[in-house]
Design a protein around this ligand. Sequence first.
Ligand code: 16G
Ligand code: MG
Length: 555
Amino acid sequence: MPPSSLRVVYAFAREMYPKNSDVFIQYGTAGFRTKANLLEHVVYRMGLLAVIRSRVKNGRTVGMMITASHNLEPDNGVKLVDPDGEMLEESWEEIATRLANVSDNDLESTTAEIIKQVNADMSLKASVFIGMDTRYTSPRLAAAAANGVIALKGTPKEFGIVTTPMLHFFVKCRNDNRYGTPTEEGYYDKIVGAFKAFCQKLPVFGDYNTTLYVDGANGVGGKKLNIIKKSLDGELDLHLFNLGGNGGKLNLNCGADFVKVSQSPPAGAELAPLQRAAALDGDGDRIVYYYIDHNNEMQLLDGDRIATLLAGYIAELLRACGASHINIGLVQTAYANGASTKYITEHLKVPVSCVKTGVKHLHRAAQAFDIGVYFEANGHGTVLYSDRAHADIRSIARDGVNVIVRSDPEQRAAAQLLCHVADMTNQTVGDAVSDLLLAEAALRARGLHVARWARAYRDLPCRQLKLLVEDRNVISTTDAERKCTSPEGLQTKIDELVAKYNSGRAFVRPSGTEDIVRVYAEADTRTAADTLAAEVAQAVFDLAGGRGERPVLPA
Ligand code: 16G
Ligand code: MG
């Protein structure tokens, strides 16, 4: 592109998307996220960057999603999606941060530097898919994204209001048409179609029933389920609430994050005891289950539970189809309840690896297995199938030819079910809609009531706290964030505290999304977990420069 036309780009940027704030903004674990009114210039610039990224990837399509996920309505954000439908490569996060923060005067030179640094051939075509959530600020930001793309002569394609995982799916399909068709219909055909095909092979039995209540967090996920609901042919009887009508505010007292963190049911839930229910987050990439027991207490089935349900069922199908050469593994973070890890390793006998918080870390670790199940306790997760696993399962399902043995009709039937399970899975990123269908399929196959699902193991009581310190980066961690290496003396102190409690475990880490330090503790009783968390918080306060009030021990 000749320099003169670039001048116009930057003049336009200054006119239309001036940087009107000096607040430093960082591309965090899941993109940029802050108050929506600080974001227009950032999103425009990310449109420029997306074009550069697409060209570095030889013109393959990349994605931009306008959302602030489970944050409240006034916030918004932008995430970039790489050509395989995965999150933006980590080394580009620093580049994105630099471009977002330069002054308007330096935008031109910085963009030129970046183009040089990443060796982008600006004569190539560039294609950028853009999606947005239901926030009232999203359309303006999506327009800023498209203007950024157009400015560098890329081609934007807007998908309107979609879930984050749908956009990831579209990007992958656009670059690999074997995966599916990059449209909303293509998504429903593949994912919902596989669920229906699965159900047709397995009639409802046992204690499973098809009624499911779903809290849509007043966001996009509930709206999409409302569309899907009509095409389920009675295989699932969805009762949706918090769909954004009646003044319901996005993520306010509802949604997966609220249910998980507050350990209480969402506003608007009217559930009979033992009724199975789920909650999505605002952009539809997280899901947790819950029910109210006979004591009127909520029982939560979080990401760890969904992971164990899916890993257990997929491992069973693998055995049933005689594909023992295909290995399966599970990936968690330090936040996974210790009881779940114990259950998976000792009972399911599936290997577990633990990685740092953040989807990109889990996703990468899951790729090391033939079939890798990953979930964060907060309900974000999916299942990845290697090309080899896909091909082998399909071949067993089709004609019974296995690389090891020739399979019999029962093995073939199991492989066919596993094919549907794989097709139901959005393998690009955690997807609440796809995870919901997967969990329902596994419960149906096992004839399982939600209360029996919950009885598979008993969560250790746990507590999370957050606290303010002068500089959260004084805390550094190792061993997948389970140990800290600085400040000096903190880990020794945590070890001493943990040793006082049965089944005690605790760790601290600086948040990647907020200016705080997070504390996690678990132990064999509620009081022990609460006390351990408070003691560890005090240690952090004393040794890592706490601000404000020193945490107090529970009464
Ligand atoms: C982001 C991450 C999520 C992680 C959370 C941790 C993605 C798509 N999302 O929401 O995986 O659990 O950050 O937040 O990667 P924290 O660093 O504040 O604890
Ligand atoms: Mg989300």
